[in-house]
Ligand binder design. Structure first.
Ligand SMILES: NC(=O)C1=CN([C@@H]2O[C@H](COP(=O)(O)OP(=O)(O)OC[C@H]3O[C@@H](n4cnc5c(N)ncnc54)[C@H](O)[C@@H]3O)[C@@H](O)[C@H]2O)C=CC1
Ligand SMILES: O=C(O)C(=O)CO
Length: 320
C-alpha cells in the first residue's frame, strides 16, 4: 500500500480525482498546504503529489520515506531536482495535457490585445455605441495577425501547438536558439536576431537557472518597436520591473501574462496595480480548461500506477 499525499488538491478545481484511487494507494488530499505544513504532511508519505507547493532541498532531506514526487503540472520549477536526486527521490510530471488549452489562452490574450474586445464591450455598456453618429464605433485601433510574425521561445509541446494556431491565423512562425548556445540549429535564429524580427513573442520554455529573467531590459530593447509579448509559461522568465518600464515607455505595445513571479501576487504587485490597457493579466488559468484538468488527473493516475508497478512514467529524474 503506497501512502500518497496530494498537498494542493484544491488547485485542481472540480476535476474528478477518483482515478487516483486504487487498492494499492492510500490517498490523502489536502486542499492547500503552507510551507510550514509540508514536512508534517509528507512525513509518512511514499508518494507526494504537488501542483505548485515548493519542495526545496532542505524539505526533501527531511523526508527519508518519500520515494516519488508526482507533479500535477508540466513545469517543475517548484521542485529542487538536485535535492531529489541527492536523496534518491524520483520526480515525474504530466506532459501534453494542456496542448489545446494553453495555446487557446495564448490566442484569447493575443486577440484581446489586437481586437480590444474588452474595451469595445465596456464602451457598449457605457452607452457610447448608442450615442455614435454612425452605425459603428471605431475608438480602439484593431490590427490583424495575418502577415505578422510570431516568435516561439521554447518549441516543445505547447510551443509547437501554439505555432500551429499562429499559422492558421496566417502568421509566420520564427524559432529562436537559446541565447547562450554556441551553435544555431537549422531553422532557428539567434535569440536577439529573432527578437528584432518578431511582431509577437510567445513564451513556452521552462523556468530554469538559464531562463530566469531571460526577458530583461536588454531583451525588451532588442524587440521590434510595437511588439506584443505573451507569457503563459512562468513569471520568472520576465524581469517584471523592466517589463513595466518597457510598457510605460512604449517600447512594447502590449503584454499579456498568465503567470507572475510570485503566485498569487501580493495585492500591491506593481504589474497588478498598473493601470495600462495594453497590459492583461490572467491568474495562471491557461492550463485549466475542464478537459485539460481531467486529462491531468488521468496522467497523474498513470504516473502513480507506473511507480507502484516498479516503473517510472514521465520521469524528470532519474532520466532514462
Ligand atoms: N500557464 C499554464 O497554465 C501552463 C504553463 N506551462 C509552462 O509551459 C512550459 C512549457 O510546457 P511544454 O511545452 O509542455 O514543455 P516541453 O518540455 O514540451 O517544452 C519546453 C521546450 O522548451 C525548450 N527550452 C528549454 N530551455 C530553453 C531556452 N532557454 N530557450 C528556448 N527553449 C528552451 C525545451 O528544449 C523544450 O523544447 C512548462 O515548463 C510550464 O512552465 C505548462 C502548462 C500550463
Ligand atoms: O502544468 C503546468 O506547468 C502549470 O503551470 C499548470 O499547473
Amino acid at each position: 500500500m503506497y501512502q500518497t499525499v496530494f498537498l494542493d488538491a484544491a488547485s485542481m478545481g472540480d476535476a474528478d480525482l477518483s482515478p487516483l484511487q486504487a487498492d494499492n494507494i492510500a490517498l490523502t488530499c489536502f486542499n492547500a498546504t503552507t510551507p510550514a505544513q509540508v514536512l508534517n504532511r509528507l512525513q509518512q508519505a511514499d508518494i507526494a503529489i504537488v501542483n505548485k507547493v515548493v519542495l526545496d532541498a532542505t524539505t526533501l532531506a527531511a523526508l527519508p520515506r518519500l520515494k516519488l514526487i508526482c507533479l500535477a503540472a508540466t513545469g517543475a520549477n517548484n521542485i529542487d531536482l538536485a535535492g531529489a536526486q541527492q536523496h534518491g527521490i524520483a520526480v515525474c510530471n504530466v506532459r501534453g495535457y494542456a496542448d489545446t488549452a494553453v495555446p487557446q489562452q495564448v490566442f484569447a490574450l493575443l486577440l484581446q490585445l489586437t481586437n480590444k474586445v474588452q474595451q469595445y464591450q465596456n464602451a457598449v455598456r457605457a452607452g457610447r455605441w448608442s450615442q455614435s453618429p454612425h452605425f459603428c464605433l471605431l475608438d480602439y485601433p484593431v490590427t490583424e495577425l495575418a502577415g505578422k510574425t510570431m516568435l516561439i521561445v521554447g518549441y516543445g509541446a505547447l510551443g509547437q501547438a501554439t505555432a500551429k494556431l499562429a499559422q492558421a491565423f496566417g502568421m509566420q512562425v520564427l524559432l529562436s536558439e537559446q541565447p547562450d548556445a554556441s551553435i544555431c540549429r537549422a531553422g532557428r535564429l539567434p535569440f536577439f536576431t529573432a527578437l528584432a524580427q518578431a511582431d509577437v513573442v510567445s513564451l513556452h520554455c521552462p523556468l530554469t537557472a538559464g531562463t530566469e529573467r531571460l526577458f530583461n531590459a536588454r531583451a525588451f530593447a532588442a524587440m521590434k518597436p510595437g511588439a506584443l509579448l505573451i507569457n503563459t509559461a512562468r513569471g520568472g522568465l520576465i524581469d517584471e520591473t523592466a517589463l513595466l518600464q518597457a510598457l510605460q515607455q512604449g517600447t512594447l505595445a502590449g503584454a499579456a501574462l498568465d503567470v507572475l513571479t510570485e503566485e498569487p501576487p501580493p495585492p500591491a504587485h506593481p504589474l497588478v496595480l498598473a493601470d495600462l490597457p495594453q497590459l492583461i493579466i490572467t491568474p495562471h488559468m491557461a492550463w485549466a480548461s475542464a478537459e485539460a484538468r481531467q486529462r491531468m488527473v488521468q496522467q497523474l493516475a498513470a504516473n502513480v500506477q507506473a511507480f507502484a508497478g516498479g516503473q517510472l512514467r514521465n520521469a524528470l529524474w532519474p532520466q532514462h
